[in-house]
Design a binder for this molecule. Structure first.
Ligand code: BGC
Length: 787
C-alpha cells in the first residue's frame, strides 16, 4: 500500500501526502500510536470515515465461547478477545451547518506525518464544505511514554477565507459500532457492545465514562479534560449518557482566527479494583498530566525518544526505504513493548485486533531479543508477566498430564486460547523460547536480582515440563515426541530439532541457575538428583540427521516424506493452509516458516559451517514463507552462509511487511515480530552479531546494496557502537568499562580510548539455492524511487 505515491520516503518520518480512503484500514495500523499500555489506531480525529475504529488497553479483553465441531479433552472452553475500548480520540467538527467529513465537499490538501523522533502523529488538512466554507484543521496526537495512562490531542481549526461558525464535539464513546466481521456468530454476539455502563459524567470541560465487560468482568474508566482557546465568544457545554460523554464548543471564527482544543484522556482498568478506586485512578492520572501540560507532555515524549534512539538507532546507507523501514520497525516495537509492564506484548501490539489481540512465542523469540539489547527494562517486565501467569501454566500442565508449567500458545491473560491444538497446545517450544529469553536477558544485563526472583522459577518449571514430555529410549537417548515445531506445516512430529535443541538449553540453564541460587531452588523443591537428570537429558538429546544427505532433519523422518508438488501449486494457492487440507500438508515436505533454519540461528553452536550451508540449501526449496516470521530468520542464515543478495531480499521482505502490506492484512494490525525481525536481519544478519553467555561476536559483511550499516547495543552495562562500511568494521565503546568481543573469530579488547577497526574479509559467494516456484523473495510491487 505504501508503494502508493501518496507515501513519501524519509529517514525519520512516515509521511502520507494525500488521503486515500481505500487505504484507511492499512494507514490506521501504520499510524497507530501506543505505549504498550494504551493503543490508539490512526483513525481520523472526526471518527469517520474509518477502516476499523480502534482504542485498546493492554490486557483488556472479553471472553467468548470457543467453537468446536467435536469436543475433546483439554480443549480450552473459552476464548479471549481484545476489545475496542472507550474511544477518546473523537473530535467531531461542524463547519457552519456541514459535518466535516472528507467524503463530502472538497479536500484541498491532507497530510499525516508519523514523526518517529518526537513520537507524535501530525495531521494537517484544508477542506471546503459543500456550502463553500473553507477551514484548515491541524492536529497533533500522542500516546505518552512517560505517563502511561495518558493520550492527548491538540486540535486546531482555522477559518480560511470567510467567517465560519464552528462547533466542535469532543467525545468519549463506548461500544462504538464496528464493521461486522465474518466468523463464528457466538463470538460476534459476545463482542457486540461488550461494555456495560456503570457511570457517566460531564462537568464543565471534564468527561468520564466507566464500564465493565459482561463476562470477563473487567472494569474500565476513561476520563478527559480539555483546555479551550478561541476568540470571544467561544462557548462550551457538556453532557453525558451511558455510552457517550461530550464537550461541545461553539465559536465564530473570522478568516485567520483559530479555535484550539487540547484534549487529554486518561485510561485505567482493573479486574479487582472497585469503581471508586478505578475512577480515582484516572482522575489522578489526569491531574498529573494536567500539571505537566500539553507542551510538557510533548517535551517529555521527545526526551524519552531521544534516549531511545541514542540506545537503539540503526543507520543504513544505500537504501532509503530500508532506513525508513528499520526506524519504523524500531519505533513500533518500542510502542508495543515499552510500557507493557507485566502484561503480554501481543503479536499485533496495540495496533489492531488481528489474532484477537493474543500473544505468542513471537514475543520471546522475535521482540525480546531486540529489546534485550536496546530497552532491557521492558524485557524484565515482559518476563515477569510470564512469571505472573505461572499458576495458570502449572494448572495447564497438570490438565495435560505433565509436570512443571505449560505456557499457552496464544493468550491474553495466561490461559490457553488455542482452538486448534496441533498448531497450538502441541507447539510446546514456546516454553523453551520463554526460558531462552530469560537466559539471554540475564546474560546481557547481569540482572541477578531478576534471575533470583523470576528467572530460576521460569527455568525450573519449564525444565520440568520437558522432562515429563520427553523420554529416554533403551539406548539412553532422550526424545521429545509428538510436538509441533515453529513450522506449522508439520504437526505432532517426533524430535523436532529446533524444539530439542532449545529444550536442551532450557534443561542445562535451569540446572545452572538452580546451582547459582540454591535458596530459590530449594524453595522450588529442586534437588541434586533432579538437576542431574536435566543435565543427562540435555546431553542425551536426540538430533535427527540424514546420513546420506548429510543434513539435519527438521524432525525425525522429515527428509523421507514426499516433497510437496510445488510445480502444481498455483501462486494464488498460497498460503497453503487456506487451500489444502492440513492432512496433506502435514505428510509432505513443505515448510511454512523457518524451523531448522531458525535453530541454526538460535542454537548456531550445534551446527558446523558445512552443515549450516547444506541445511540451508536443503530447506530453502521447501520453505514457502506463509508466515511473516520467516523472512527475517532466513535473512540471518542466508547472510551467515554467504548468500548476501538473498539475505538482502529477505531483509527487505521483513522490513516492508507492513509498509507495503505484503500479506494483505496490515489492516488487522502490524506484524510486530516481523518488524523486530528487521532489526534481527540487519544486526544479526549483516552485522553477524551472536551473543551466547560471555561471548559477543560479530561476523559483519555488507550486501552490495548497502554502503554502511551502523547500530548500537546495550550489553553488560556497556553501550557499544558498531559501524560497518565496505571492507571495514569499527567498534566503539561508547559507555562503560573495557570489554572483549570477537570479530570474524579474532578477539578484540575495546577500551574507551579509541574505536577499533578491522578489515572485513571478502565473502565466498556461492550460488544461492532456489525457493519454491513463485516464492522467491523480492518485492512483488516494484520498489520505486520515491521522494
Ligand atoms: C505463525 C506463528 C506465529 C503466529 C502469530 C502464525 O502464522 O505460524 O509462528 O506465532 O502466526 O504471529
Amino acid at each position: 500500500m505504501i508503494t502508493d505515491t501518496c507515501f513519501a520516503v524519509g529517514p525519520w518520518a512516515l509521511r502520507e501526502t494525500w488521503l486515500k480512503l481505500d487505504l484507511l484500514p492499512q494507514s490506521e495500523s501504520v499510524f497507530a500510536l501506543s505505549n504498550g499500555h494504551v493503543g490508539w489506531r490512526g483513525n481520523l480525529d472526526e471518527g469517520e470515515p474509518h477502516g476499523l475504529p480502534g482504542s485498546y488497553l493492554n490486557g483488556f479483553h472479553e471472553l467468548h465461547p470457543l467453537p468446536y465441531a467435536e469436543a475433546g479433552y483439554g480443549y480450552p472452553e473459552s476464548g479471549q478477545t481484545a476489545i475496542n475500548v472507550t474511544n477518546g480520540k473523537i473530535i467531531r467538527l461542524l463547519v457552519d451547518d456541514a459535518p466535516f467529513d472528507l467524503r463530502y465537499g472538497r479536500l484541498r490538501s491532507h497530510e499525516r506525518v508519523l514523526d518517529m523522533r518526537c513520537g507524535v502523529l501530525h495531521r494537517t488538512c484544508e477542506w471546503t464544505s459543500p456550502a463553500g466554507r473553507t477551514v484548515r484543521v491541524r492536529s497533533t496526537r500522542l500516546v505518552s511514554f512517560t505517563q502511561r495512562s495518558i493520550a492527548t490531542v491538540a486540535y486546531e481549526v482555522e477559518a480560511v477565507d470567510t467567517p465560519v461558525r464552528i462547533v466542535v464535539q469532543s467525545e468519549l464513546v463506548a461500544n462504538e459500532q464496528l464493521p461486522t466481521v465474518a466468523g463464528d456468530p457466538r463470538t460476534a454476539v459476545a463482542l457486540e457492545s461488550p461494555l456495560e455502563a456503570e457511570e457517566d459524567l460531564a462537568m464543565g470541560n471534564h468527561l468520564r465514562l466507566i464500564h465493565c465487560t459482561r463476562s470477563s468482568k473487567l472494569r474500565i474508566a476513561a476520563a478527559a479534560d480539555h483546555s479551550v482557546q478561541g476568540p470571544e465568544p467561544t462557548q462550551t457545554s457538556s453532557e453525558s449518557n451511558a455510552d457517550v460523554a461530550r464537550l461541545t464548543v461553539t465559536s465564530l471564527l473570522a478568516p485567520g482566527q483559530k479555535l484550539r482544543i487540547e484534549k487529554t484522556v486518561a485510561y485505567g482498568w482493573s479486574r479487582f479494583r472497585s469503581l471508586p478506586a478505578v475512577r480515582d485512578q484516572v482522575e489522578a492520572a489526569l491531574a498529573a498530566a494536567g500539571s505537566t501540560g500539553w507542551q510538557g507532555l510533548a517535551d517529555e515524549q521527545q526526551s524519552y525518544l531521544d534516549e531511545f534512539w541514542a540506545r537503539s538507532d540503526v543507520e543504513v546507507d544505500g537504501d532509503e526505504e530500508i532506513q525508513q523501514a528499520v526506524r519504523f520497525a524500531l519505533f513500533h516495537v518500542l510502542q508495543a513493548g515499552a510500557r507493557a509492564e507485566q502484561r503480554a506484548i501481543p503479536a499485533k501490539g496495540l495496533t489492531g485486533t488481528g489474532y484477537d489481540g493474543h500473544s505468542f512465542w513471537d514475543t520471546e523469540t522475535f521482540v525480546l531479543p531486540l529489546l534485550t539489547y536496546t530497552s532491557p527494562g521492558a524485557v524484565a517486565e515482559a518476563l515477569r508477566w510470564r512469571q505472573s501467569t505461572l499458576p495458570t501454566a502449572r494448572d495447564r500442565a497438570r490438565q495435560l498430564g505433565l509436570r512443571g508449567a505449560a505456557f499457552p500458545w496464544r493468550t491474553i491473560d495466561g490461559a490457553e486460547c488455542t482452538a486448534y491444538w496441533p498448531a497450538g497446545t502441541a507447539a510446546f517450544h514456546v516454553n523453551a523460547d520463554i526460558a531462552d529469553a530469560v537466559v539471554r536477558y540475564v546474560s546481557a544485563t547481569g540482572d541477578q536480582d531478576f534471575e533470583r526472583t523470576s528467572g530460576v522459577e521460569l527455568l525450573v518449571e519449564t525444565a520440568r515440563l520437558w522432562m515429563s514430555l520427553g523420554h529416554h529410549d533403551h539406548r539412553g537417548t532422550f526424545h521429545i515426541d509428538g510436538v509441533t515445531g515453529p513450522d506449522e506445516y508439520s504437526a505432532v512430529a517426533d524430535d523436532n530439532t529446533y524444539t530439542n535443541l532449545m529444550a536442551a538449553r532450557n534443561l542445562t540453564e535451569a540446572a545452572e541457575a538452580a546451582e547459582r541460587h540454591p535458596h530459590q531452588a530449594t524453595a522450588l523443591s529442586v534437588d541434586d538428583e533432579e538437576t542431574a537428570a536435566w543435565r543427562d537429558a540435555a546431553e542425551a538429546m536426540h538430533l535427527p540427521y540424514n546420513d546420506e544427505l548429510r543434513v539435519h532433519e527438521q524432525h525425525a523422518g522429515f527428509t523421507g516424506h514426499q516433497p510437496w508438488d510445488f510445480a502444481a501449486t498455483r501462486p494464488d494457492q498460497y498460503p497453503l493452509l487456506l487451500h489444502f487440507p492440513y492432512f496433506d500438508i502435514y505428510r509432505k515436505q513443505v515448510v511454512k516458516q523457518a524451523d531448522l533454519v531458525l535453530a541454526m540461528y538460535t542454537c548456531g553452536e550445534a551446527f558446523d559451517t558445512g552443515h549450516k550451508a547444506r541445511n540451508f540449501d536443503y530447506y530453502e526449496p521447501l520453505t514457502v514463507r506463509d508466515s511473516s516470521l520467516s523472512a527475517c530468520c532466513q535473512a540471518v542464515i542466508a547472510a551467515e552462509v554467504g548468500h548476501e543478495k538473498l539475505a538482502y531480499d529477505y531483509t527487505v521482505e521483513a522490513a516492508l511487511m507492513d509498509l507495503d502490506d505484503l500479506e494483505n492484512n496490515t489492516r488487522d494490525g502490524l506484524h510486530i515480530a516481523s518488524l523486530a525481525g528487521t532489526w534481527m536481519a540487519l544486526v544479526c544478519g549483516f552485522g553477524g552479531m551472536r551473543h551466547h553467555g560471555d561471548t559477543l561476536s560479530f561476523m559483519p559483511r555488507l550486501p552490495e546494496k548497502l554502503s554502511r550499516l551502523a547500530f548500537h547495543l546495550e550489553i553488560w552495562g556497556r553501550r557499544l557502537g558498531v559501524e560497518i562500511k565496505t571492507g571495514i568494521a569499527t567498534y566503539t565503546l561508547l559507555a562503560g568499562p573495557s570489554m572483549t568481543i570477537r570479530h570474524h573469530g579474532e578477539a578484540l579488547t575495546l577500551t574507551a580510548d579509541s574505536p577499533t577497526s578491522r578489515p572485513v574479509p571478502d565473502a565466498t559467494e556461492h550460488p544461492a539455492p532456489e525457493q519454491p516456484p513463485g516464492r522467491r523473495p523480492g518485492h512483488p510491487q516494484q520498489r520505486r524511487a520515491r521522494l
